[in-house]
Design a protein around this ligand. Structure first.
Ligand SMILES: Cc1ncc(COP(=O)(O)O)c(C=O)c1O
Length: 453
């Protein structure tokens, strides 16, 4: 089924309703203007999304880093339709086959196939669940004073109060909401700061974890959380020893290591999970988004057997935690079909191969006056950072960021120019020809920016 283009009158009516009643996420309310506002989309297929009058754009960040199998897959719709007719919700104390099958499938893909999977509705819930799980693990071991969590400045782990306290970046504006959740300690992130400082800051920042643990008192720290490759912190590929060192430090002090794979998971970095790039085994992984490629909401906290076993069985050791939509059968049916498609079409391999191709092509942009850095090379996740000064990374400021967004749109690219950084994380189905198109369009965007700034 393909949506028909809307008439001018229908578009105006929808914009009117949106202006008054629709509350968009992380955007100003009421702005549905063609120049600055929320856009209507009415159709999507593959890497493309279409507006109400038929104008097409490449979905450059796969929706919100989740459309890994691309848009418009009928197979997913069929699987969900059948599941909804069979069991659309499993009452308390029951479970649908699709939910059990997906738990087992996901566990089999992780570095610890004996893992146990706790389903939730999205990434923030997955992170909240993982943190509670880590604290309960410590409690069950008799480590009753361990309740603090160490995370990294400028990470993003979600929008709920706890997640905001963990992530603490300017997108969340956490200072606007009163005191943060106590016991969340933030260390530096190898992300954006690395490039303006001399020396090997990635590794310094890894050792900062040990310093923070000692400062806080090792017996008070329950967990550490970080995204393997942080999109919020500029898509910097960390030093090869960064994650193995974090793993060693967590082991040394008995701290639960949580890897937030909400963006990285399910092929984005050229492996099923990003942690495989460094051969590390987290204690808990959080996932969401691409588990269903965004066809239906889902998330999960995946406990390795080390964590899961401590909470097995009936009694005070049980993890008492309940979220109404965790393991929703239609979402799980979508997840199963999504993973089947990813395997059948070898999309993780495509991410590795075409990610490399994309990164090489993006290097062609490096000579431009305003391009300060091109990052990527590990799957289909890359960034082009603009700056007034290539050495100091001084930002243009003013209208630059919004001009990036507008010019991208004018050149058939729908994505992000946040912080004067263009993110490249298209569906994993993208072909080399489509990458050529994306890079050509990006060149045009940059040429125009250079004329204006
Ligand atoms: C790394 C990471 N963790 C957690 C979240 C929160 O996910 P959600 O928006 O589904 O709650 C996000 C969202 O973008 C994310 O990027």
């Amino acid at each position: 089924m393909v949506a028909k283009p809307l008439t001018g009158e229908q578009i105006e009516e929808l914009k009117g309703l949106g202006e008054t009643h629709f509350w968009p996420h992380s955007r100003p309310t009421g702005d549905m203007s063609d120049d600055t506002g929320i856009k209507l989309v009415t159709h999507s297929k593959g890497i493309w999304v279409e507006g109400p009058t038929g104008e097409r754009h490449v979905d450059l960040i796969a929706g919100m880093w989740l459309k890994n199998i691309g848009h418009g897959r009928k197979e997913i719709a069929d699987a969900v339709y059948e599941q909804m007719l069979d069991v659309s919700y499993s009452p308390g104390g029951t479970v649908a086959p699709a939910t059990v099958k997906l738990a087992s499938k996901v566990a089999s893909l992780t570095p610890d196939p004996e893992s146990r999977v706790y389903f939730v509705s999205g990434g923030s819930e997955a992170v909240e669940t993982a943190i509670k799980m880590a604290k309960k693990y410590q409690y069950n071991l008799g480590e009753r004073g361990r309740w603090k969590v160490i995370s990294r400045q400028n990470s993003y782990h979600g929008a709920t109060h706890l997640c905001m306290s963990l992530g603490f970046n300017h997108v969340n504006r956490p200072n606007d909401y009163g005191p943060l959740v106590p016991g969340n300690i933030r260390i530096s992130n190898p992300g954006l700061t690395y490039r303006t400082l001399p020396g090997d800051w990635d590794m310094q920042y890894a050792y900062d974890l040990e310093k923070a643990i000692i400062d806080e008192g090792p017996d008070s720290v329950a967990a550490f959380i970080g995204e393997p490759i942080s999109a919020a912190s500029g898509i910097h590929i960390p030093h090869p020893e960064y994650w193995p060192t974090i793993r060693e430090i967590c082991d040394k002090y008995g701290i639960v290591m949580i890897c937030d794979e909400v963006i990285n998971g399910f092929g984005r970095t050229g492996k099923m999970f990003a942690v495989e790039n460094w051969g590390i085994k987290p204690d808990i992984m959080t996932v969401a988004k691409a588990l269903t490629s965004g066809y239906l909401p889902i998330g999960a906290a995946i406990a390795s057997s080390k964590i899961g076993k401590v909470m097995e069985g009936e009694g005070p050791q049980t993890f008492k935690h309940l979220l109404t939509f965790g393991g929703s059968p239609p979402s799980c049916a979508a997840g199963l079909k999504n993973l089947e498609i990813m395997e059948r079409e070898k999309l993780v391999q495509n991410s590795a191969d075409n990610g490399k191709y994309l990164y090489e092509k993006l290097q062609e942009l490096s000579d431009h006056r305003i391009v300060a850095d091109v990052r990527g090379g590990m799957g289909l996740i890359a960034a082009v950072e603009f700056a007034k000064d290539k050495k100091t990374f001084e930002k243009f400021g003013g209208k630059f960021e919004s001009r990036v967004g507008h010019l991208m749109e004018e050149h058939s690219l729908l994505g992000r120019g946040l912080d004067e950084i263009m993110s490249f994380s298209p569906p994993l189905t993208i072909t080399k020809e489509e990458i050529d198109f994306v890079v050509d369009q990006t060149k045009k965007v940059i040429t125009q920016l250079e004329k204006e700034f």
